[in-house]
Design a protein around this ligand. Structure first.
Ligand SMILES: Cc1cc2nc3c(=O)[nH]c(=O)nc-3n(C[C@H](O)[C@H](O)[C@H](O)COP(=O)(O)OP(=O)(O)OC[C@H]3O[C@@H](n4cnc5c(N)ncnc54)[C@H](O)[C@@H]3O)c2cc1C
Length: 185
């Protein structure tokens, strides 16, 4: 079993930020990042995609390009934590030991909590900025809507960025205000 000083699980905004912060304070610290995806996505940027500020591709980078220098990456997913043994298991069967563990795996949106939602997302005028592939559809809908009723919903906690649903509304209204159609909506 390989042993690591600091193991970070997850190369999203949290995992990368923690790795960078630790490295900037302790250059000699041995840090290993466990992350299966080759693409790092900057999720807060999806608000701007839905608001027409920039395209979704701006929010996606090659994973290796955002990992701080000197941080070692293992391309795999964790399938089991064994805190009693200070170890975890990867999806390729390897077991890794650690002195310090940081888990930053994010949270998953539970689309099925609303019956029928998953089937209609991305069509029928139903969208969400909480997905990379859907945020561009938000902007498409904002541009296409010239009058009528637009409904914005905000789920209860726990959700990622409780402000995000409101930001979608403010940015949509700002676009409609600029094109002088807000009173019709
Ligand atoms: C539309 C939107 C707008 C937001 N706006 C803001 C904002 O304005 N301000 C703000 O502070 N926050 C905002 N957030 C919230 C938050 O900052 C982001 O969601 C951020 O991406 C969370 O980072 P994370 O690293 O915790 O999770 P993620 O970015 O989801 O990263 C998790 C990583 O863990 C990896 N992973 C998952 N499971 C495993 C496993 N078993 N083994 C190994 N790796 C695994 C994934 O591949 C992924 O790379 C927003 C979120 C969204 C969706």
């Amino acid at each position: 079993m390989d042993r690591h000083t600091v193991l970070i699980v997850g190369g999203g905004s949290a995992g990368i930020a923690v790795a960078a912060s630790l490295k900037s304070r302790r250059r000699d610290l041995a840090i290993t990042l466990v992350e299966p995806s080759d693409t790092h996505v900057y999720q807060p940027g999806w608000t701007m995609v839905g608001g027409g500020v920039f395209g979704a591709e701006v929010t996606a980078r090659a994973m290796d390009s955002v990992i701080p220098a000197g941080v070692n990456r293992i391309k795999a997913a964790v399938t089991e934590f064994r805190p009693d043994q200070n170890s975890l298991v990867l999806n390729d069967g390897r077991e890794l030991g650690y002195d310090w563990l940081i888990v930053a795996t994010g949270i998953q949106a539970d689309w099925d909590a609303i019956p029928g939602l998953a089937a209609t997302l991305g069509k029928n005028g139903v969208t969400s900025n909480y997905r990379y592939d859907l945020a561009p559809y938000t902007w498409e809908l904002v541009q296409k809507t010239r009058s009528g009723r637009a409904i914005f919903t905000q789920p209860p906690m726990p959700i990622k960025c409780p402000g995000a649903p409101q930001k979608a509304m403010y940015l949509s209204c700002s676009a409609w205000l600029k094109s002088k159609i807000l009173p019709q909506i």
